[in-house]
Write a protein that binds this ligand. Structure first.
Ligand SMILES: *[C@@H]1O[C@H](CO)[C@@H](O)[C@H](O)[C@H]1NC(C)=O
Ligand SMILES: *[C@@H]1O[C@H](CO)[C@@H](O)[C@H](O)[C@H]1NC(C)=O
Ligand SMILES: [Zn+2]
Length: 414
């Protein structure tokens, strides 16, 4: 009797492309389509977003990249002027990504595979445990589900809290797994090279580093257990069945400006009901404000993927420039050159809205103005779309190494 009930329940789920095991979405057969739209119509975009499993580049103007189940390919294509299939089978790409590996003690092998969230916490505490005289574990509030937003604070010869802050955030968007590895590599390099590399020592002695590899732990866990392509946090919305706020559209600065986020709870870029109403944002805002008030913030970097961009404020206005726009451009130009020198990876740089698309309530606009950070950047690391969010494990090390050189060049100049 019991098995019959289960069998009838599973059948429609399987047909809908959902694996019965643990309710995880099976992306086998799903395609990534690049859609050219006739004109940028919010209505057509909403129709597409409703049909698609995910929009990979929400807010982007020219082309929309969407993940679509086989049964919806025709309906979605009908809404576009031109459709190009850029990935025939998302499930196959996920296999190439390499799955999750078992955690061992901290070593550079950490950067050769992806890992479960609990292991990211283990990695950070083990790393800190090896350098207790110049690091501590820090938290910045907690997620919707109560997971502490965890990071590491690193200092040099001046002692704890004596220098201007450098703040790195990773994995704010759950599916961007390469970005927690990137933030962790910054911490790894700063601590393990401090005693042997004079460049690194000078940087650690110049700043207090605050590195938060996973600022969206609930979304990250959900992307590992249920939906590999999940982006937002896991906050419910009263009166609506859709879940999740986009943490990078919820920061309480120019949040109310229209055109750079969605008011629809089902959208990938849902901004929330009020400025800063995501618990994760409350913790991160308090962190930025505290560092501003302590010694000031010299450099903030929010690591995202994908696209290979280095962007700076503003996101909310395409015509406005920061007072030190030329300095932002100089540091980004040098960072892009430093990245390119490692493996030839090319980056596009520029003010965010003018270069990529409008975003409101984003992190770098907040750190630039209320946070008073001298420099604020968004890095969109590898790649440019071939693998997108599911970058194969064998690209983790090249990505974090080249990004490190870009960040080092910024730290020298900041
Ligand atoms: C020290 O680290 C910097 C930054 O990664 C690197 O460019 C330099 O080659 C390293 N120096 C030595 C001697 O390894
Ligand atoms: C902002 O930062 C500058 C240094 O870059 C500092 O001189 C100024 O006092 C700061 N302002 C506030 C309001 O914190
Ligand atoms: Zn992102």
């Amino acid at each position: 009797m019991r098995s019959i009930v289960i069998a009838t329940l599973l059948l429609p789920l399987t047909l809908a492309g959902v694996l019965p095991r643990a309710g995880k979405i099976d992306y086998n057969g799903y395609k990534v389509l690049r859609l050219s739209l006739k004109d940028k119509s919010a209505e057509v975009e909403a129709q597409i977003e409703a049909l698609a499993a995910h929009v990979l580049n929400p807010g982007k103007s020219a082309n929309l990249d969407v993940v679509v189940s086989p049964k919806d390919v025709d309906a979605v294509s009908a809404l576009a002027v031109k459709t190009t299939v850029i990935n025939e089978n998302v499930g196959a790409a996920l296999e190439e990504e390499g799955g999750l590996s078992v955690y061992a003690v901290p070593s550079e092998a950490w950067f050769t595979a992806y890992h479960a969230y609990a292991d990211h916490t283990n990695f950070l505490t083990d790393l800190q445990g090896s350098f207790t005289a110049q690091s501590e574990i820090i938290t910045a509030g907690a997620s919707v589900a109560g997971r502490p937003l965890t990071g590491i604070h690193i200092w040099g010869s001046g002692g704890k809290g004596s220098k201007p802050a450098v703040l790195f955030h990773g994995n704010v968007h759950a599916r961007e797994w390469i970005t927690s590895k990137t933030a962790e590599y910054m911490a790894w390099q700063l601590l393990t090279k401090y005693s042997t590399n004079t460049t690194v020592k000078a940087l650690v002695d110049k700043f207090d580093f605050y590195i938060m590899p996973v600022v969206n732990p609930d979304g990250f866990v959900y992307s590992q257990t249920n939906d590999r392509l999940w982006r937002k946090n896991r906050q419910t919305v009263s009166g609506n069945s859709c879940v999740g706020r986009d943490i990078n559209r919820n920061w309480p600065y120019k949040w109310e400006v229209t055109g750079g986020a969605s008011t629809d709870p089902c959208s990938e870029t849902f901004k929330g009901r009020a400025a800063g109403d995501a618990p994760e944002n409350k913790g991160l805002v308090a962190q930025v404000n505290a560092l501003r008030d302590l010694r000031g913030i010299s450099l903030y970097i929010d690591f995202h993927s994908y696209g290979q961009y280095i962007l700076w404020p503003y996101g909310y206005d395409c015509n406005l420039r920061t007072p030190n726009d030329a300095d932002h451009r100089r540091l980004a130009t040098n960072a892009a050159a430093a990245i390119r020198a490692v493996y030839g990876t090319t980056y596009t740089i520029g003010p965010a809205c003018a270069t990529l698309y409008a975003t409101t309530g984003d992190s770098t606009d907040y750190t630039d103005v209320p946070g008073n950070s001298t420099y604020s950047y968004t890095y969109e690391v590898r790649d440019t779309g071939r693998y997108g969010f599911t970058l194969p494990a064998n690209q983790i090390q090249p990505t974090v190494r080249e990004t490190w050189e870009g960040v080092v060049s910024m730290l020298k100049a900041a």
